[in-house]
Design a protein around this ligand. Structure first.
Ligand code: GDD
Length: 260
């Protein structure tokens, strides 16, 4: 990571009050490290950890970080409810607390806090900014070939089936303007797992919002384990296929009605 990038810290104030939501499940080995990096890279940005009662004590670590730093907050949930459900709870908290910009970031170091300024700069002229692995300048580090093929293939499938002009719809490094989250009607979102990411970007685009992608470097975690399983991936595939088919069916119905 280029150390020079940390020099951009003050720009965080530009888009208004910013909070980055970090969902955690068994991230005891990573949490203090990532929160420390984020707070150093962007001192103006607040942090909300959403922990699902992690068995490894991540919630206690989050509480200790919050006790030391007034800009770190914690939301405790009762059990593992999925990535999307954790973000929905975090977004509701952030909107109620009056933040202007709400970010998403993994706890495991895959997303570089030192690159957050790229997303915050871009959100000045967008409703949603995605830190993208699959636009020019974006990259992945230490990913097995199999995972790269899965992610690239999955994103191509999403683009073609849903007809959205986004290269990394499954990415989890993002920032939303508050108005975008308000417009989406979060109460109607039913995606509790990883498919939440694709669901939200599609909702933003369908609502006519401006979605921008900026390149990021995604570095595979070195501590702890991914919670992405084959079952989770298949569930996402199934949901996206159903959405795509339903949209096509609705479009065909509308065309038929117009012809009458
Ligand atoms: N609170 C909570 N957090 C969760 C849960 N499941 C996962 N997390 C947290 O969500 C973050 C991402 O989970 P990982 O399991 O590390 O994800 P990944 O395999 O590295 O997946 C990444 O790539 C996906 C596909 O591109 C992305 O969709 C995803 O957001 C993430 O960036 C981590 O901070 C993890 O602790 C859950 O049920 N509850």
């Amino acid at each position: 990571m280029a150390e020079a990038e940390t020099a951009d810290v003050d720009r965080a104030r530009g888009p208004g009050r910013v909070v980055v939501v970090i969902p955690t499940y068994d991230e005891a080995a990573n949490l203090a490290w990532i929160v420390g990096r984020l707070r150093r890279a962007q001192p103006g940005v607040d942090v909300l950890v959403v922990d699902d009662n992690s068995p490894d004590g991540t919630g206690d670590i989050a509480d200790a970080l919050a006790a030391e730093d007034a800009q770190v907050h914690v939301l405790h949930r009762t059990g593992k409810g999925g990535l999307g459900a954790a973000y929905l709870a975090g977004f509701a908290w952030a909107l109620a607390a009056g933040y202007d910009v709400v970010g998403e970031m993994d706890a495991d170091g895959s997303h570089q806090p030192e690159q957050l300024h790229r997303l915050l700069d871009a959100v000045r002229s967008a409703d949603l900014v995605i830190g993208s692995r699959w636009v020019p300048g974006g990259s992945v580090v230490n990913w097995p070939r199999r995972r790269e093929v899965l992610s690239r293939g999955g994103n191509l499938y999403v683009r073609l089936l849903l007809g959205i002009d986004v290269h990394d719809a499954t990415a989890g490094y993002r920032v939303f303007r508050r108005e975008a989250l308000e417009k989406i009607d979060l109460a109607s979102v039913r995606s509790t797992g990883y498919v939440f990411q694709t669901d939200l970007v599609t909702r933003c685009l369908r609502a006519g919002m401006v979605v921008r992608e900026v390149p990021i470097e995604f570095i595979e975690r070195v501590r702890g384990e991914s919670k992405m399983s084959r079952q989770v991936a298949l569930e996402s595939l199934e949901r996206i296929t159903l959405w795509g088919l339903r949209e096509r069916w609705e479009q065909a119905q509308a065309r038929r009605r117009n012809r009458r």
